[in-house]
Design a protein around this ligand. Structure first.
Ligand code: TRP
Length: 370
């Protein structure tokens, strides 16, 4: 793989992603300024993740809005593969989904794919992934979703509901389609080959259009879902994609839940957060203070700055000052890290409290098979 190459699939992300190229490769649409204005017009608000291009691409979001304006509501759907504890990067599409739910007042489904991670991770047992599904559900609930309108689907628990829908889907996807989409080989296990049908199933759980906020690495599943939807008499799901959240150790790849060092978990203590960021957060600063004052840092590759931009500093003016001060050399790497540490710890203090409360709320959120 050469320096400007990158790979984005649901199970493997590598390299420095060029998002304009990815839009072309995947055949999605860039979120235009007109579309941004339109969302702002409807919701009355301009979410920073949209404004800053954290959500950068879509498929047929305009159709969802057309229908909405005619009075036809959609529902939201997203999910998580429970391969480990939740890290802060996972929260990005969930928080955005929460905003969408509030603004559009719509139902939301959250799928936890304990089966998928059992199939795709050689070292995880089904008991492990079920345990992580529960842990991840707590983080999801902690964000403040409305239990009346939000249901959590756990694949092994809700298979009775999912299976008849998955069967419809599976019948229309053939092996050469999945193989071409995911690069499967003769060694790929059967669970993986069938899996797209299960991730597709929640798209059709209500007889309404669906909008899916998701990491762009998940797009290939729904490309297949969209292809087959008309063949089973259903509407194609609409998507809105976020960029991959960089790992602490730098650009090129998403934050992986399996690499302890490069990940901040929602359950980390303030001391752990501080240590991880100071020790591992990739810096765009110069090698010593003297050089940094003279030449300034590069916020565009600095992970601490990126985390502020993506998530932790919604205020544009404050973010701009940090950008400029870092670039001019006025703000040192250690000082930038200190800003981020404080922001993350303030967020986690509240999140961890809500996460405790979520233990008593989980039953209200679990989808019950009919
Ligand atoms: N496969 C996803 C993951 O590994 C989990 C998932 C299930 C999902 N359904 C989804 C993600 C819908 C986005 C949208 O994380």
């Amino acid at each position: 793989m050469s320096a400007d190459d990158f790979i984005v699939t649901p199970w493997h992300v590598e390299g420095d992603i060029d998002y304009d190229k990815l839009i072309k490769q995947f055949g999605t649409e860039k979120i235009s300024s007109e579309l941004l204005e339109r969302i702002k017009g409807i919701t009355g608000q301009d979410h920073f993740m949209l404004r800053r291009g954290i959500f950068f691409s879509h498929r047929e979001l305009n159709i969802i809005l057309d229908e909405y304006e005619k009075g036809n509501k959609f529902f939201l759907y997203t999910g998580r593969g429970p391969s480990g504890h939740t890290h802060i990067g996972h929260l990005v599409p969930w928080m955005f989904a929460k905003w969408l739910q509030e603004k559009f007042d719509v139902n939301m489904y959250f799928q936890l794919t304990d089966d998928e991670k059992f199939y795709s991770k050689p070292n995880l047992t089904l008991e492990d992934t079920k345990k992580f599904a529960y842990e991840n559900a707590l983080d999801f609930i902690a964000l403040g979703f409305n239990p009346e309108k939000t249901k959590i689907i756990i694949n092994t628990r809700n298979i009775q509901t999912l299976y008849p829908i998955a069967a419809q889907v599976a019948k229309k996807i053939n092996f050469s389609n999945t193989k071409a989409t995911f690069g499967f080989t003769n060694e790929t296990n059967l669970g993986m080959i069938f899996y797209t049908s299960l991730q597709s199933a929640p798209c059709f759980i209500e007889d309404k259009p669906v909008l899916i906020p998701l990491g762009v690495d998940q797009d290939p599943h729904f490309r297949l879902t969209r292809d087959i939807a008309p063949k089973i008499g259903k509407q194609k799901p609409a998507l809105i994609h976020n960029i991959m959240i960089p790992s602490l150790e730098g650009p090129g790849g998403k934050m992986s839940a399996s690499d302890e060092k490069s990940t901040i978990y929602t359950t980390d203590s303030p001391a752990e957060v501080k240590k991880k960021i100071n020790k591992h957060a990739f810096s765009g600063g110069q090698l010593d203070i003297e050089q940094h004052r003279k030449l300034g840092g590069n916020p565009d590759i600095d992970v601490s700055y990126q985390y502020l931009r993506i998530f932790f500093e919604p205020n544009d003016d404050k973010l701009k000052t940090i950008y400029e001060d870092y670039k001019s050399g006025k703000l040192l790497s250690g000082e930038l890290k200190a800003i981020l540490i404080e922001k993350i710890n303030a967020f986690l203090a509240i999140h961890q409290e809500n996460r405790e409360k979520a233990k008593n709320q989980i039953d209200q959120f679990l989808f019950e098979n009919k």
